[in-house]
Design a protein around this ligand. Structure first.
Ligand code: MG
Ligand code: ZN
Length: 222
């Protein structure tokens, strides 16, 4: 029997980056009404797709340059991310970014890391109308009714559980469904709280160095 191939599905906002960029952008431009939408989304009263779509629709496209620039410059990368990518390469662990974030900041921020674009899944954006419109090129398949917007479980299902050890790294509401499906969960923040609530085994991390050490010790035990 051959060992399963390890594959990582890594969240972006609040995971690869230190802070949640969607929240930071909306908070910075502070359009009236965004807080209620954000709270309802986090409480899962609104789907992620509805919540994120509605929040960005509060921003006029006349702000495009400022929004894009803020989105790119505001983010800082969590410690150990480059080292983690190198570790994955070395260990032949497949690495995918699965993010509920938006293309206009994700691609520029990740460009320095040499991740192939077809290994980055996120939402799109359309600045052609009066308000910013988020587009959803990676919707839920028929097995997910969560209205994720960018559906992590849909992507995970393309890598069958009998061939892959599916590892998810995340921090918040966009990772809840993926965590239920994954073999291994690395969590921080709300995702940790949620895993406790649902009784899902998880390993907490603060930096990507923590994840590397955990993966290394896991290997040495098996
Ligand atoms: Mg996140
Ligand atoms: Zn979904």
């Amino acid at each position: 029997m051959t060992a399963k191939k390890r594959i990582v599905f890594c969240d972006f906002d609040g995971t690869i980056t230190v802070n949640d960029n969607i929240v930071a952008i909306i908070n910075h431009f502070n359009p009236p009404g965004w807080k209620e939408i954000a709270e309802k989304t986090l409480a899962q009263e609104l789907s992620i797709m509805d919540g994120v779509g509605q929040m960005f629709r509060l921003l006029p496209t006349s702000l495009e340059r400022d929004v894009v620039e803020f989105g790119i410059t505001n983010a800082s990368i969590r410690e150990g991310f480059a080292e983690f990518l190198a570790y994955c390469k070395e260990e032949q662990i497949e690495f995918y970014v699965t993010s509920g974030g938006i293309d206009f900041f994700i691609y520029p921020i990740l460009s320095q890391f040499g991740i192939p674009e077809n290994h980055i899944y996120c939402n799109g954006s359309d600045f052609s109308g009066d308000q910013i419109e988020i587009t959803w090129p990676n919707p839920c398949d028929h097995e997910c009714s969560n209205n994720c917007g960018m559906c992590k479980t849909t992507i995970m299902r393309r890598f069958p559980a009998d061939e892959y050890e599916r590892i998810i790294i995340g921090d918040s509401v966009t990772d809840f469904e993926g965590a239920k499906l994954a073999d291994t969960v690395y969590s921080r923040s709300y995702l940790t709280t949620k895993c406790r609530e649902l009784g899902i085994a998880h390993t907490e991390y603060e930096t990507f160095h923590d994840i590397i050490s955990s993966m290394k010790s896991e290997r040495s035990h098996t």
